[in-house]
Design a protein around this ligand. Structure first.
Ligand SMILES: Cc1ncc(COP(=O)(O)O)c(C=O)c1O
Length: 407
């Protein structure tokens, strides 16, 4: 067999994530890990979910193991519409909703429905590697848009859109993660959200708004400041994705997307061919969890859980990081983003740190689409407890100091 002759063009282009190469080292016992991007299992409500499972099997019997309909269990969709209303997004009136097998499936379906080879997707610099891989697998051309501590820079977005239009390129959508972004922890300001929506409308491309972290805001954040772009007066064409992965558990692959009905109808056809429907059991568990009022109470606990860790990391960074290193101050989510002096190679440092220091972090390069970001890195505060965070940051700070001094 000659695999290269058999694989499709897109399969031949598929690449393993450069971050996964570190996985073996990062997960060794004794390593303080600021790498990885997974929610902390201590936040998973396993006892409640087990009790609910027992009760619904007892009550409904084998019925709950049946196929469901492609858009999602109707009562669950109704509940999700209610959650979205609280965020300012109204379903109905030309807008639809569909449950997906994680937001990752939502991104893949959106790519399948909108992207032809060579189409342009605008992405934040840096952006989520899982989405970049998905767009690449659909042979899109990825163009980075500048981002600062207030999120996407609207002037750069407008300029990129104009340049691409002048070059005859077709921009299909802007992919953005407006709240506590993975990887940077940055949040787009309300004023910029409105400008971004206006620019997209003016240039005729869609916005794919990926919001798995929006509910994970820390104390002091006003929910009004992180309202979805889709909730804006001109945001009706925005495709909005959200997920229970970070706030309940990623093991129940349950997420949802909202968008114009003409988009949802086409995504539904793509999903039918992909998996017929999302797991009925997973949906029912999350539905019951929310219906019983457990979700709201749990959310507050999860926010506090990550808030404490984030503050511990930020304080340790302030106290020990050498001059010349900068970092973001996330107000929610699971990540912060650091920048080393220009010319430093974060990938080599990450390898050395995990092997010799037993502290793991992720180098920033793979989150960029233009080969930049070699001197950047991502830290997650999700995994370790506060003493380990303090110790790990101190070790990293001393390590970086020795490298900066040797420059
Ligand atoms: C920005 C972003 N979008 C989507 C996902 C995928 O989430 P899900 O578990 O819902 O597929 C992740 C997971 O890390 C993420 O960080």
């Amino acid at each position: 067999m000659q695999p290269d002759k058999l694989f499709s063009r897109s399969a031949r282009l598929m690449q393993p994530s450069p971050i996964r190469r570190m996985a073996g080292l990062v997960n060794q016992p004794g390593v303080i890990s600021f790498a990885g991007g997974m929610p902390n299992p201590a936040t998973f409500p396993d006892k409640d979910l087990r009790r609910i499972l027992d009760e619904i099997v007892e009550r409904d019997g084998s019925r709950i193991f049946q196929y469901g309909i492609t858009r999602g269990l109707p009562e669950f969709c109704e509940l999700l519409a209610g959650l979205l209303t609280k965020r300012g997004v109204t379903i109905g009136d030309g807008q639809g909703l569909m449950v997906t097998n994680g937001s990752q499936q939502g991104l893949n379906l959106v790519s399948q429905v909108f992207l032809d080879p060579g189409d342009v997707v605008l992405v934040e610099s840096p952006s989520y590697v899982g989405a970049l891989a998905c767009f690449r697998n659909h042979q899109a051309e990825l163009v980075g848009v500048a981002q600062d501590e207030d999120g996407i820079v609207p002037e750069d977005l407008a300029e990129q859109a104009a340049t691409l239009a002048a070059a005859g390129k077709r921009v299909k959508f802007l992919y953005c993660i407006p709240n506590f972004q993975n990887p940077s922890g940055v949040t787009i300001t309300p004023a910029r959200r409105a400008r971004i929506v206006e620019i997209a409308r003016r240039h005729g491309f869609l916005i794919v708004e990926d919001d798995p972290y929006g509910e994970l805001y820390f104390s002091g954040v006003k929910p009004g400041d992180i309202r979805p772009l889709k909730a804006l007066p001109e945001g009706e064409d925005v495709i909005y994705l959200s997920s229970f992965s970070k706030v309940v558990t990623p093991g129940l692959r349950t997420a949802y997307l909202a968008g114009p009905e003409w988009v949802i109808a086409r995504l539904e056809l793509a999903k039918q061919a992909a998996d017929l429907c999302s797991s009925s059991l997973d949906q029912r568990l999350i539905y019951e969890y929310c219906r019983r009022g457990l979700y709201e109470a749990h959310l507050q606990e999860v926010r506090d859980f990550y808030d404490v860790k984030c503050q511990a990391m930020l304080k340790a960074m302030e106290q020990s990081m050498p001059a010349g290193i900068t970092w973001t101050r996330p107000r929610g989510g699971m990540f912060l983003w650091g920048t080393l002096p220009g010319g430093m190679d974060a990938e080599a440092l990450a390898m050395e740190a995990v092997q010799h220091l037993r502290v793991a972090f992720i180098h920033g390069g793979p989150f960029f689409v233009d080969g930049t970001g070699q001197n950047t890195f991502r830290l997650t505060f999700a995994k370790e407890d506060v003493p380990a965070i303090e110790q790990g940051v101190r070790l990293l700070a001393d390590f970086f100091l020795s490298k900066v001094a040797a420059l």
